[in-house]
Write a protein that binds this ligand. Structure first.
Ligand code: MN
Length: 719
């Protein structure tokens, strides 16, 4: 158990102040803490904790925990006040009057987190994660106070009934300890781990504790001897240093036992930490130790040159020490040690904050350094369902991650199971989007290769390459998946907008309206209101994706009657034909099978000799030089017929994609009449016959087919 867990029942505010004075010089700040204590004392008067002591001991202990990680005066004051808003007769306004907005905001943040009636039910969990993340992105100090609060509650957990103990212990292990880890606050993390285990698996906990106790004297002797050997070695080379015997947490031993190791293997592994002044001395020390004690292969890790994303720096090695015992040795500078113990909190130490008077630089600079923050803030911005959100927080933020390296040695943190795709997107979205391959430890790997801890990953890109839809399934992180999806939605959107604009232009031309005159600001506003969109781009989008029709849009400004006086006289409802021939009823009409017009196409009639009227698309090349025999025709909007259409699919390769295409066409509820390969070159061409209800549906179909990676282009056949 770490030194933090001392029972501090008789702790006084003077103890807290004394500790704060060791790193805060400004007496005014000290007085604020005193005032916060007096305020909390008055407010909590008469309240008692389940453990029997006066309530004020809880906030007092929280404040004491905060001093061990050198929290600033605002955080400590808020720690003292953290339960006042929730449990006492005090409004935020009253608090703000006394303590100002900054401290009040912290207390409000902590209160918000506590207000959730937390259970393991999913709904609450989602809420909880979201609030934690919001809290983090607003002010990380809120979370640090919450961690101190939880740590003290865990220390006094014995006062709760057993079922509550288990729930709290479980939460601490699943949520709070990982957060402390990500913030790099090792002190709090390891104590939370140990306390959780003590309540979740008391048998295991006490068994390990007892075994450790039994072997303690022997272990202490060996460590002591090894320590002396190293001290002599370093003194010989004039390296000033300090050596600490390091006790492993019970939880970490439990974890190793859980992975199948024997207790004897674990306790044989003795641990030492060497602190020196400079980075250079770290490496010198390592060299000296390796020259005297044989290192165990593959156990050396250099987190000095390549710090972990939570800023941890240290050299790790395992050597065969005296009497053949294995020793785990950490070598780091004093400064690195402070970061390793206090994590993010180490960076608000008084040295850095002198003059600025608050932890402002903690919330700005340090957060930027932490990839962890970036990743959760990214997560909360991504569009995802609540369930996806919880899963990704669990997978990607709270779970143990792997660390991979770029060829230059930058560390990229990824969840277990991540692939080179995740790696590439994590470096930069652009790198991901133009990725063409990956090389891991000098071997070419597939894009869905599962990366391992310490892999060196090189991503090959090609500027003109774009993502493939299959990537969504190959990526592990939801952030990656979302980025890939976003690429496609963005592309779709652009195509729709282009199409919408094109249709509008075409229809305006047809109605002899001038584009720029039609799209005045006033008209755009009217249309937006009518079809419930925000701006011109969205009007195009609505037309392009079929949410609005081009005629509907124009009719908002110009009623169709005004511009097309040659309107059909026949009541369309009275006729069952799908084509109306300029007012003539009961005439035989055929759809031309060279260009296969569908409802919505611009069409024209061609009077044949003795076989009625054949209807072509206006663009059909068979109509050239037939001017005098042409007659105006329009679609009867009252039809629900389906029209045979013929598409030519130009492929990127010559593999067989027939089944895939038929499947995806059927998914759109479009029936396929036939599909055949008409050209088998390097780039195959397919002919697809199918039935669609309208041009609108046909456009969607074309767009959908074009999205397949293997499809180069789709066009309507014209025979
Ligand atoms: Mn509390």
């Amino acid at each position: 158990m770490s030194s933090l867990s001392k029972n501090l029942d008789d702790i006084k505010i003077e103890d807290v102040l004394e500790k704060v004075r060791s790193y805060v010089e400004d007496e005014e700040q000290i007085q604020v803490i005193q005032k916060a204590y007096d305020f909390a004392y008055e407010k909590h008067k008469g309240q008692y904790r389940k453990s029997g002591e006066a309530f004020i001991y809880h906030p007092l202990n929280v404040a004491m925990i905060l001093t061990t990680i050198y929290a600033d005066y605002e955080t400590i004051s808020a720690g003292l006040l953290h339960d006042v808003l929730e449990d006492c007769d005090c409004t935020p306004e009253e608090m703000e009057e006394v303590f100002g907005p900054s401290i009040t905001k912290l207390v409000k943040g902590v209160t918000k987190l506590s207000n959730i009636n937390f259970s393991t039910e999913n709904e609450y969990l989602i809420d909880y994660y979201k609030k934690i993340i919001v809290g983090m992105s607003e002010d990380v100090r809120v979370i640090i106070i919450k961690l101190a609060d939880r740590l003290h509650n865990m220390r006094t957990l014995w006062a709760l009934p057993e079922d509550r103990q288990k729930i709290k212990a479980h939460e601490s292990l699943e949520i709070f300890a990982p957060i402390a880890h990500h913030l790099g606050i090792h002190k709090i993390k390891s104590e939370l781990d140990d306390l959780s285990l003590r309540y979740l698996k008391p048998d295991v906990f006490y068994d390990i504790a007892e075994k450790l106790n039994k072997t303690k004297i022997e272990r202490d002797r060996i460590v002591y001897d090894m320590q002396n050997e190293i001290t002599d070695l370093l003194n010989e080379h004039h390296i000033p240093h300090e050596i600490k015997g390091r006790s492993k947490s019970i939880y970490s031993i439990y974890n190793k036992l859980d992975k199948g190791k024997k207790f004897s293997d674990i306790y044989d592994l003795l641990a030492l930490r060497i602190l020196v002044n400079t980075e250079q001395e770290c490496y010198l020390t390592l060299g000296l130790i390796h020259s005297k004690f044989r290192p165990l292969p593959k156990r050396f890790k250099d987190y000095v040159a390549m710090p972990k994303p939570n800023m941890y720096q240290s050299l790790h090695t395992t050597v065969f020490g005296i009497e053949g015992y294995l020793f785990e040795i950490q070598i780091r500078t004093y400064e690195m040690d402070e970061v390793a113990e206090n994590g993010i909190a180490a960076h608000w130490s008084y040295k850095e904050n002198k003059g600025s008077g608050s932890a402002a630089n903690l919330t700005s600079t340090t957060e930027q350094k932490l990839q962890f923050f970036k990743s959760i803030i990214d997560l909360s911005h991504d569009k995802m369902t609540n369930e996806e959100f919880v899963n990704s927080v669990k997978d990607e933020v709270l779970n143990n991650n792997i660390y991979c390296f770029t060829p230059k040695g930058d560390v990229i943190e990824l969840p277990r199971g991540a692939t080179p795709l995740d790696f590439a997107y994590k470096i930069h979205t652009k790198v991901g989007e133009t990725m063409v391959g990956a090389i891991v430890n000098n071997n070419i790997v597939p894009l869905d290769y599962e990366l391992q801890d310490n892999d060196i990953v090189k991503i090959n890109t090609n500027k003109s390459s774009t993502p493939s839809k299959e990537w969504i399934n190959m990526a592990k992180c939801s952030a990656t998946k979302n980025k890939i999806k976003a690429f496609f939605t963005k592309n779709e959107r652009e195509i729709y907008i282009e199409r919408g604009k094109y249709s509008l232009e075409k229809e305006l031309r047809k109605r002899k309206l001038v584009f720029s005159e039609f799209l005045t600001d006033e008209n755009i506003e009217k249309i937006c209101e009518d079809i419930h969109v925000e701006n011109l781009e969205e009007i195009y989008l609505a037309i392009g994706n079929g949410k609005a029709t081009v005629n509907g849009v124009i009719n908002v400004i110009h009623k169709e009657e005004d511009v097309t006086p040659k309107v059909v006289k026949v009541n369309p409802k009275s006729i069952d034909a799908d084509i109306i021939v300029n007012g003539i009823d009961k005439v035989k009409v055929n759809l031309a099978n060279c260009c296969n017009p569908v409802y919505g196409d611009e069409i024209i009639g061609y009077i044949t000799k003795g076989n009625g009227i054949t209807v072509h698309r206006i663009t059909c090349h068979n109509l050239e030089n037939m001017d005098e025999r042409i007659v105006d025709v329009t679609w009867n909007s009252n039809t629900n017929k389906r029209y045979l259409t013929c598409l030519l699919l130009h492929m990127n390769d010559n593999e067989n994609h027939v089944l895939d295409i038929v499947q995806s066409v059927s998914m759109m509820n479009i029936s396929v009449d036939g599909i055949k390969v008409i050209d088998k070159g390097d780039h195959a061409t397919y002919e697809l016959d199918c039935y669609v209800s309208s041009l609108e549906q046909l456009d969607k179909l074309i767009l959908m087919i074009e999205k397949h990676r293997y499809v180069e282009k789709v066009e309507r056949a014209m025979k």
